[in-house]
Design a protein around this ligand. Structure first.
Ligand code: GLN
Length: 309
C-alpha cells in the first residue's frame, strides 16, 4: 500500500528550498499582499481519510477553482442547455483574453476561462438577486465540502470589484452579443464573490471528493451530481482547467485539474481521491508554479494518472 503521508512529507521537504518561486497575482491588489513562501497540500481519499502537509490548514483565495463548483451548480439548474451559452473546447489563450470572444461572437470557448465563468454566473443568477445567488453558491460549496465554516473574503471581492476592468470588458462584450441576461454589475458581483471564496487545502480536497467518487461525497453520502456528469466535469478540467497551460499540465501530471490565481490547484484522481495544493507564486500563464511541480511529483510517486500507470 502506498504511504501517502510519507509521499507528501517527501514532496514538502524537497520543495522547501524552492518556496517563493513564481510571482504572486499582483493585478488583484489584495492578492499581491500574500506571502509567496507558503505551501500546503492535502489529499482526501475516497475511503474518507485526509492527509496533509505544510500550510494545508490556512485558507487562501481559491479564485478560478471556484469555477468548477459554479459550473456544477449551473449544470444542476439548466442541464445540458448550458452549452448553448458556452463551449467545451480548450481556448489556447490567456484566462482573461478578449480577442477570441469577439471573433466567436460572444460565446466563450469553455466555462473555465473568465468569459465562460462569467456566463455561467449569469445562469446561476437567473431568478435571484446577486446577494441570493452568492448565498446559494456559498451554501453549495459548504455542502459539498461538508464544512459550514467556509467563507467569502470580502476584501478580496472588493479589491477585484475596484480593479477588474478586463472582466468588465469581457462581460460587456457578452452583453452586447446577447449572451448575458443580467446587468453586468450584477453578474460581476456574483463572479467576484465566487472567486473570493477562501478555503484551505484540506477543505478544498474534501470539496473535490465528489469528482473522484462518481458524483457523491463518500464520507457524507451526499449525492452532488450523477456519475456521468462527474466524468464530464473531469474531462473539462483536464482539457481546459489550466488555460493555455492545460496541455502541459496534462502531459506532466496526467490528472484533471483546475488552477486559480491565488496559487491553488484542485486535481482529481478518479476512483482514488481529490488533491489540493497551494503555493502562491504563479508561472507565466497564471498557474501555480510549485503547485504543478508538487502534483507532478505526486503523480510519479503514486502512479496516479488517467492515462494509464
Ligand atoms: N478572479 C480572477 C479574475 O477574474 C480569476 C482568474 C484566475 O484565477 N485565473 O481575473
Amino acid at each position: 500500500m502506498t504511504d501517502l503521508q510519507a509521499i507528501l512529507d517527501s514532496i514538502y521537504t524537497e520543495l522547501l528550498p524552492r518556496l517563493g518561486e513564481g510571482k504572486v497575482a499582483d493585478y488583484i491588489p489584495e492578492l499581491a499582499k500574500v506571502d509567496p513562501h507558503q505551501f500546503g497540500m492535502a489529499i482526501a481519499t475516497v475511503d474518507g481519510n485526509v492527509r496533509s502537509v505544510g500550510n494545508a490548514d490556512i485558507p487562501f483565495s481559491i479564485q478560478s477553482i471556484s469555477k468548477v463548483f459554479m459550473l456544477t451548480l449551473a449544470l444542476g439548474k439548466v442541464g445540458e442547455g448550458l452549452w448553448k451559452r458556452v463551449g467545451r473546447e480548450p481556448s489556447g489563450t490567456a484566462f482573461n483574453s478578449i480577442v477570441q470572444l469577439e471573433r466567436e461572437e460572444g460565446i466563450p470557448r469553455n466555462p473555465f476561462i473568465n468569459a465562460g465563468a462569467i456566463a455561467v454566473s449569469d445562469v446561476v443568477l437567473s431568478g435571484h438577486a446577486p446577494r441570493e445567488a452568492i448565498g446559494e453558491f456559498l451554501r453549495f460549496v459548504r455542502y459539498v465540502a461538508d464544512d459550514e465554516s467556509i467563507t467569502i473574503d470580502d476584501r478580496v471581492a472588493r479589491s477585484e470589484t475596484q480593479t477588474g476592468f478586463r472582466n468588465v470588458a469581457l462581460a460587456n462584450f457578452m452583453r452586447a452579443y446577447g449572451n448575458l441576461d443580467h446587468p453586468v454589475e450584477h453578474v460581476l458581483g456574483v463572479y467576484f464573490h465566487q472567486c473570493a471564496l477562501s478555503m484551505s487545502c484540506e477543505q478544498l480536497a474534501r470539496a473535490g471528493l465528489y469528482l473522484a467518487a462518481r458524483g457523491s461525497n463518500p464520507t457524507t453520502g451526499h449525492s452532488v451530481v450523477s456519475p456521468k456528469r462527474a466524468r464530464r466535469i473531469n474531462a473539462l478540467m483536464l482539457t481546459c482547467g489550466h488555460y493555455d497551460g492545460s496541455g502541459d499540465f496534462a502531459y506532466r501530471v496526467g490528472l484533471p485539474g483546475k488552477s486559480g490565481v491565488g496559487g491553488g490547484i484542485l486535481a482529481v484522481a478518479p476512483g482514488i481521491g481529490s488533491i489540493a495544493v497551494w503555493s502562491p507564486g504563479l508561472n507565466k500563464v497564471g498557474n501555480s508554479q510549485l503547485g504543478a511541480v508538487a502534483l507532478e511529483m505526486l503523480a510519479v510517486r503514486t502512479g496516479w494518472s488517467v492515462f494509464g500507470d
